[in-house]
Each structure stands twice: as C-alpha cells, then as structure tokens.
Design a protein around this ligand. Structure first.
Ligand code: ADP
Ligand code: ZN
Length: 840
C-alpha cells in the first residue's frame, strides 16, 4: 500500500508518514489530506508521495496509520512552493508544518473539533449530585453540558480553566475528561470539521422590479405614487437606469441609505440579492503619487544610467537561468522604472514576476504603480488585507489569472507559475525578517526561490545590507549601480548639528535645535513641506523619582515604561513590548515622595514642541500609535501628498520609499537613538535610516536640505550618511565586522530559552549548549553563552541566550537539530533564530 509523507500545522513537529487506504488514489505532492493525529483529525500537506518506508530504528512513530481523506484532487500548493517551504524548514531549523503554514492562504487548514452533548443518563447523574458539595473535575465538566445542545469541548476547557478560581491558569485535559464521561454513557461526542469558512465575499445588490418600474410610469395612480417618499422615488429612478442592479454601497454613495432600499424591497418595488465578488484590496488602499511613474512604461525616456542598468539586467533575464543582481541606486535614481520594464519583459516571455516590498501599508505607491501599468494582471498580498481579501487574491494567483504579484514577505511563497523575475525592493529592510516561527528572511528565501525556478532576482536598495553588498563585491551577485538622481536633481545638502553645543547654549531640555527651528520656519513661509524623524515613540521614555531615583518599570518585562499623552492632557505609562499600561502616578511607588519626573522624549513630544513653536502650522504624526486603524497610514500619507499637512513627524516609517516632491527639508531629531544599542547591526541601521530619510528631501524642483541632530557627530555612520557615501561606510563597517567576527564573515545563529525563572532558563540553556559544544569541537563552530538575555524578562518570561558562530551553516544546523532531539520537550521553550537581524 503506498505511503505518503505529510506536514501538519503543529509547531516543530517532523514529517509524519501515513498509508493511503485501499481504494484511494495516492495524493499528489501539494495536496491537502485529512490525517489522524493522536485523537484529533488535522489537515496536512503531502510533501513526499514516495517516502522511504520507515524502519523500526526510526523510533517515534510506531504504527503507520491510514490517512482519512484526500481534500484536493490536484495539488493545493504548487510543487515548487512545497519544495521551497521544505528548504525553509531545514535552513531555519523549524518544523515543516511551520514553514508550510507561512505559504498557506487563510482558511486552508481544516481542523477537527470535538463537541459533546449530555445524555439522559448524564442528566440523571447531575440531578443525583444535587447542588451543594464538592465536585470532581469530571462532574464539573458534566455540569457545563446541561441543556440539549452540542457544546465545543474547547469551551468546556476554557470555562474550567478560567471560571473556577482555585484552578485558574491550570490546563485541563478536557478531551480526556469528556471521553471518560462518554465511556460512562453520560455524554455523546461528535467530531466536526471547522476552518472551511465561507471563502467568498458577497455583496448585496438591489434591482428594480416590474412593479417598481410601473410606479415610475406617468400613468400610475396618484395615491400609490404619493405613498412613496421622495428618497424612495429617487432610488427607484436611479435603479430604473440600471436594470441589472446596483450594489447597496453604490446607492449609499449617492445618499440613498440601505433603509430606503429596504422599505422599497418590503413593498416589492425592488428586489435584493447577493452577488459573489472577489474582494479587491485596491478599493481601499490605492494611493498614487501625483508624479508617479504610472501609465505606459515605454513612454518615458530613460536616463543614460537607467539605460545601462536596464540593458545589463535584461541581458541576465534573457539568459533564462538563475542570477542575482544587486541594484544599488541612490534614492531617486529611478529604480521603480526599471522594475516596471523588467516586469513587462518577463511577461512578454510568458513568465511571471514577483515583487516584494517591505510594508505595503507604508508604500502603497509601488503597488499602485504596478496596478496602473499592468491592471488586472496584478495581485497584491500583504498582512494588512483581511483574511478574505488575502484568500481571494491567493486563489486568483493559484488559478493563473494573474502573472504579477506585489506583496510583503510572505508573498515570496505566492503560488505563481513559472516565476522568471523576482524583485526585492529595499532589500536591506529589517521587516523582511519574520520575528516569530518560521523565522525566515524574505529576501534570502526569494534568492532561493529564484535559484529553484531559474529566475532573475533583483535586489534593489540605496543602502544595501552589508551581506548583499559583500556578495556583490565578491562576485556571487551581479553589481548594477546607479549613482545619480533622475533629471540630475542633486542629493540633499546635509548639516550636522552637535547637540552638545546646543545644550551648552540653551540648556539640557532642548528638543529642537536652533538651525532646525529656523529651517522649519523658512519652509512654512515658502509653503514647502517638512519631514521630522525621531525613531522613538511616545512622549517621554522614562519616569523616575528625583528623591530615590526609582524608575517605573514594566512588571512583565525588564524595560522602563514609556509615557504617552492621552485625551485631555492625561498621561499613561505603557510597555512597548507587552502593552501593559498604567496611569502615571503622582507619587513615587518606592518612597512615596511627590517628585516624579520624566526623562527622554519621543515623537509625541516632538510634535508638541513643533506645534508650540509654530501654532498655525498643520502638524501630524505618523508612528505605530497613530496608524492602528487599517488604512490610516495610507490616508495620512495621501493627505501629506496633497499638501494638506505642513510638517509630518514620525518614526522610521516616514523614511520608507515615499516620493513627495514638495518636501525640501528633512530633520532628524536624535540620530543616535539606535547607536547606543549593543547590537552588531546598530551602525548599519543608523546609516541606512539616515541615508533613506535624507533621500526624501529634494525630490521635486526645489533642492533639498537635511538637518541631523546628534551627540556623536564623529561617529562613522553619521559622517558617511552626511555625505551619503555608501562605499565609505561599507568599507569601515566591514573592518569592524571582520575584527569582531560577525556576519558576513561568519554565520550567526541565536537561541533564546524561556523559563519560569532565570535559573530554570539558564539550566535548560546549559543543557542545549552542552550538546552543541560536544558537536562543535569537531565541526568547527563556536558556541557562546549561555547568558541572561539583554531583555532578561519579556512578557512575564525569563530569558537566557546563546549564540553559535561558524562558517558552515549545514554543520551548525545539524548540531542544533541533534542538541534539541535529546530533549524534545525543550523544543517548545527554545527559539532558534538563524541569521538573526538583532541579537537583543
Ligand atoms: P528610487 O526608487 O530609485 O528612489 P524612483 O523610482 O522613485 O526612485 O524615481 C524617482 C522619481 O523619478 C520618480 O518620481 C519617478 O517617476 C521619476 N523618474 C524615474 N525615471 C525617470 C525618467 N527616466 N525620466 C523622468 N523621471 C523619471
Ligand atoms: Zn511589558
């Protein structure tokens, strides 16, 4: 009987082998199957249709069970995507189900759920128990099932775990309890499948009926006509012009409420129906910059530099085999234009294009540009979409209706056929790295996908990651460079303000320096726009007592709380890691002295200071606090684009690829925010952020200026950012990385072990590190630690950390796998991060 190898969505679980039962055709790789797992039924993905027969030495899975059902006659995920996900699981040391989970659209996992219902015998048992007295857990479970309806066992568990004070927080084996009750004949159990949610969006459409049309006739009876209000008559008239009907939303836009339509429907004058539609994520988010490169891509004449770059890339594309090119082009050099033309070329060759962007909420422009150029052939995929929208877009791609996908990180798994071109825009951006399992880097997975599909991969950036630039200088990647802005617009002129001088002159509370204030004043009087960056949210970054020096810290995390201003001048202190918040107290919780003070400042304070200095200016703020609502970022940016805002204050979000021609000044309030961190990428990130934000100035007719406030004007990341000299920064950074043995000279893997106490976390970490050291001696890698992690407590958990440094990833991976195999239950408390973006 044939066997299949299946990945199931259970964290860090290995592949499982199942038998295809008699009478079923063996499923194909990529098909979903329903399999038994313990006493559950779960969906899995077939990843191997001819696995080796597991021998007795494989341990673990003893008896091979039959799979229960085959959900897809054809592969649900394309084979290429299954293969890519398996590579991800291997490279990033996570379970195959974790990796495939990242490739699945919403609603794709079908799960079984137990429901229980009490029997007559059960009711009798409850009656016999009476009201008072102590009950066993099993009796309490039975008590929750009174009434004739089916109750999900999950909700029984939840209620037992949360409603009973003495048991609060303890895990209840609800399935086992219910099964025991079933054995006594007190309940019945049914097993239902959930997760097959309605996958389509429907809209309500109103159409005029014959009776409705008749009423509009001049010959209608006067009293009938009079019984219909003016709004209703208007609605009828509108609908009469569109016999196939109009969506209720379209009627609402004309001021005809759903109420009006419903009244007409109740009288039989209009009919209501539901139509199925694909959800179009562009409806909500499209935002085209006024001078965007929309329209016919062939219409515009390329600059000589663009022409040379395009020829080089097109030549690689025409080769039809795998290649990776780093497109290093300064901000405003016209990279988007090249992306469009390459995409047109790959489509003409009958293959498809995948365009990855860091965060669509912040750069809807690029998605809009592609949509304008290729219309319906474009699908977008990003986490800001609703599950339904994402599902629809995914299905369109899967059905082959589109050949261009623009999306964030997870779109690297888009089920496109025959990918010929992959573009990773702003390839250095940290948001390509997923910070929870599977901890993959979208750019690196993109390169691997390109390799597996013989595609051209283009990594675009004005400030490439050190890794990519190193790969380009050593010849692993092609280097394509553009050093000039289009139309020869000069790069912004940068001034560095040494804040030590400002403090000496104007006191230690200065937030905005004199040059920055003057710069803003000049822009306001000329009706030009200003961006002000501070990469730190909130009003103040710490609350401390002037008497005893105590600070107000998060009870769950080892960080101090950030002060945020609320409505009517209230102040709350909030944790940026776990979201704990409290009212800022009047007296010190330690010594009760009334001398609490606030220190440090964030974007809220900057916004307040600018408003104080320029009361009539239109100032807005863009950071994670102001864009919680979906679409808020795009709305704010589009208002800025229409010049309805004079000064936009924000975190690194304002540094992303926006193109605002009226911005002539960029201010950086504290360039050092990231420099103090004990992270080997601190200088790189600072350089990138400064260069990117400075690049936002002077993209229109007027030349740009940037003013950078810093306490360390001599730091190399600031000196080179000032001259926007990437190469000089790269050379200096490389010296540091080589001396300290950091990437790209070694491969780094970090491990975080969580525990109830630091001692417990350290003990577990010691166990793993011990296992690694045994392997390391021979395999040639170093194990560092364990040590308490920099954030030693986070969200209530204590954390220990260790690192592995080496040159051969494969041996490091193997050692990690072995070390964790020894104690499988440890796996759940350890987070392995291969190629971490940060070591904090
Ligand atoms: P980058 O992504 O490299 O920062 P963009 O692609 O956003 O730069 O281009 C900067 C600006 O120059 C955009 O407004 C774009 O429309 C415009 N542009 C690009 N190429 C040309 C060209 N060949 N001629 C005129 N304008 C161009
Ligand atoms: Zn916290």
């Amino acid at each position: 009987m044939p066997l299949v190898s299946v990945a199931v969505p259970v964290p860090s679980l290995d592949l499982l082998t199942y038998r295809v039962p008699e009478g079923l055709e063996a499923p194909e790789v990529g098909a979903r199957v329903l399999v038994p797992l313990g006493n559950r039924r779960v969906t899995g993905i077939v990843v191997d249709a001819k696995p080796p027969v597991p021998g007795p030495s494989d341990g673990g899975q003893v008896a091979i069970r039959d799979l229960l059902d085959i959900l897809d006659p054809e592969p649900f995920l394309p084979q290429t995507v299954v293969g890519l996900a398996r590579w991800v699981a291997d490279y990033y040391a996570c379970g195959p189900g974790d990796a495939l989970g990242a490739a699945m659209p919403p609603f794709a996992w079908v799960e079984s759920e137990w429901r229980a219902r009490i029997t007559a015998a059960g009711e009798a048992r409850l009656a016999a128990l009476g009201a008072g007295g102590r009950r066993t857990l099993r009796d309490s479970a039975l008590g929750l099932l009174t009434g004739a309806s089916w109750v999900p066992v999950r909700s029984v568990a939840y209620r037992l775990e949360h409603l009973d004070g003495s048991r609060r927080g303890r895990i209840v084996p609800a399935r086992a309890l219910v099964r025991a009750l079933q054995e006594e004949g007190l309940v019945e159990i049914e097993d239902v499948l959930t997760g097959q949610a309605d996958a389509f969006k429907t809209i309500r459409v109103a159409a005029v009926t014959a009776a409705g049309l008749e009423l509009l006739e001049p010959t209608s009876r006067k009293d009938t006509v009079a019984s219909v209000g003016p709004k209703q008559r208007e609605a009828l008239a509108v609908l009469a012009g569109v016999p196939e009907g109009l969506p209720l939303s379209a009627l609402r836009e004309r001021g005809l409420s759903t109420d009006v339509v419903q009244r007409l429907a109740s009288r039989g004058l209009v009919s209501l129906r539901r139509d199925q539609v694909d959800r179009d994520p562009f409806e909500a988010a499209t935002f085209l910059p006024e001078n965007g490169s929309a329209g016919d891509p062939a219409a515009r004449e390329l600059t000589p530099e663009q022409t040379t770059a395009l020829e080089r890339l097109q030549c690689l594309l025409a080769g039809g085999s795998f290649a990776t090119a780093l497109l290093h082009g300064v901000t405003g050099s016209g990279k988007t234009e090249l992306y469009l033309r390459l995409t047109a070329a790959v489509r003409a060759a009958g293959r498809s294009a995948l365009i990855l962007v860091p965060e669509i909420g912040l750069t809807p422009a690029l998605a809009g540009v592609f949509r304008a150029a290729f219309g319906d052939h474009v699908a977008i995929q990003h986490s800001g979409l609703s599950d339904g929208e994402r599902y629809d877009q995914w299905q369109r791609i899967r059905r082959g209706e589109v050949d261009v996908v623009v999306g964030t990180r997870s779109a690297v798994f888009a089920p496109l056929r025959s990918v010929g071109l992959i573009i990773v825009d702003e390839e250095h951006d940290g948001s390509y790295k997923q910070e929870d399992t599977p901890r993959y880097h979208g750019r690196d997975v993109a390169v691997m996908r390109g390799k597996r599909e013989d595609a051209l991969v283009v990594l675009g950036s004005a400030t490439p990651s050190i890794e990519s630039y190193q790969n380009a200088t050593t010849g692993r990647y092609e280097m394509v460079t553009m050093t000039r802005r289009v139309l020869d617009r000069p790069l912004a002129h940068v001034t560095i303000v040494n804040m030590r001088d400002e403090f000496a002159e104007r006191g230690p509370d200065v937030v905005l320096s004199q040059p920055l204030l003057e710069g803003i004043a000049a822009r306001l009087s000329r009706k030009e726009q200003v961006l002000v960056l501070l990469n730190r949210r909130g009003y103040a970054t710490a609350v401390f007592c002037r008497q005893c020096a105590a600070t107000i810290d998060c009870p769950n995390c080892s960080v101090s709380l950030t002060v945020h201003s609320g409505p009517r001048d209230t102040r709350r202190a909030r944790c940026h890691y776990c979201n704990y918040s409290t009212v800022v107290p009047k007296t010190c919780p330690q010594c009760a002295a009334p001398y609490l003070d606030q220190a440090g400042f964030g974007t809220e304070r900057v916004e307040r200071e600018i408003l104080a200095a320029f009361p009539s200016a239109r100032v807005e703020r863009l950071d994670r606090d102001t864009i919680r609502r979906r679409g808020a970022a795009a709305a704010l940016l589009s208002r800025f684009g229409r010049a309805e805002i004079d000064v936009l204050v924000g975190t690194q979000m304002i540094a992303k690829g926006h193109d605002f021609p009226r911005v002539t000044l960029v201010g950086v309030v504290s360039a050092d925010v990231g420099l103090g961190l004990a992270d080997f990428r601190a200088a790189e990130r600072t350089f990138q952020l400064l260069t990117q934000v400075v690049g936002r100035a002077g993209r229109g007719e007027e030349p740009g200026e940037a003013i950078i406030q810093t306490l360390y004007p001599g730091h190399y990341s600031i000196r080179h950012a000032r001259r926007q000299d990437y190469r000089a920064f790269f050379d200096e950074e490389l010296i540091f990385r080589r001396a300290m043995q950091y990437p790209p000279f070694v491969a780094l893997t970090s491990g975080i072990v969580r525990g109830r106490s630091l001692a417990a976390a350290m003990e577990d970490a010691e166990t793993i590190v011990g296992g690694l050291r045994q392997a390391g001696g021979r395999a040639g890698f170093l194990v560092l630690g364990p040590a308490p992690a920099p954030f030693v407590k986070l969200r209530g958990e204590h954390r220990a950390q260790f690192f592995i440094k080496g040159v051969r990833r494969a041996t490091m991976r193997e050692a990690v796998r072995k070390a964790l195999e020894v104690q499988p239950e440890l796996r759940r408390r350890v987070a392995i991060d291969v190629d971490p973006m940060t070591v904090l």
